[in-house]
Design a protein around this ligand. Structure first.
Ligand SMILES: Nc1ccn([C@@H]2O[C@H](COP(=O)(O)O)[C@@H](O)[C@H]2O)c(=O)n1
Ligand SMILES: C[C@@]1(CO)OP(=O)(O)OP(=O)(O)OC[C@H]1O
Length: 163
């Protein structure tokens, strides 16, 4: 078995209509600044996966100065990373992740985020846990300047495809 952890932060823009989190569109008065779609949760999960397999980080595989990833769908980046991990001989077992955001309230989106993220990881939703917390108004997340996400993933040897 292998374990990996990931962490990511994206800052809020001054104005906007919302942002994507765990593959789900969250309507809000601000957007997240990023080269890709800015899905901070999926970036943390992608980094956890790469860390478990010993393959560096998301910026190494999808550089933020590469026009191919401008506005990229982070679900596709994660799906591609799952494939890379399988080729390296590893597949996900379970994920636990935490989103740190003072606002908006995320509770009503968690179930859909869980299902979408699990589908991308080719896992049942039951083994993909997603939590949200504020930082009690402390620090950059507490001031509403951005969102942070943490993820931990367990990996097992990949089952070889039957011929
Ligand atoms: N952006 C957020 C933050 C938190 N929640 C939910 O509220 C609960 C209490 O948050 P605390 O920071 O006071 O511990 C938390 O457990 C989440 O269920 C949320 O929905 N959206
Ligand atoms: C996803 C990538 C690539 O588009 O860019 P961002 O969306 O800026 O995200 P970040 O977590 O800062 O870095 C990883 C990237 O290289």
């Amino acid at each position: 078995m292998r374990i990996g952890q990931g962490f990511d932060v994206h800052s809020f823009s001054a104005a906007g209509e919302g942002f994507t989190l765990g593959g789900v569109w969250i309507p809000y008065e601000r957007s997240l600044e990023a080269h890709s779609d800015g899905d901070v949760l999926l970036h943390a999960v992608t980094d956890a996966l790469l860390g478990a397999v010993g393959l560096g980080d998301i910026g190494h595989h999808f550089p933020d100065d590469d026009p191919r990833w401008k506005g990229a769908d982070s679900s596709e980046l994660l799906a591609s990373t799952v494939m890379t991990a399988r080729e390296a001989g590893w597949q996900p077992v379970n994920v636990d992740a935490t989103v740190i955001a003072q606002a908006p309230k995320l509770a009503c989106y968690i179930s859909e985020m869980r299902q979408r993220t699990a589908k991308t990881l080719e896992l049942p939703a039951e083994v993909v846990n997603i939590k949200a917390t504020t930082s009690e108004r402390l620090g950059f997340t507490g001031r509403g300047e951005g969102i942070a996400a943490l993820a931990v993933i367990l990996m097992e040897p990949a089952i070889k495809a039957q011929r």
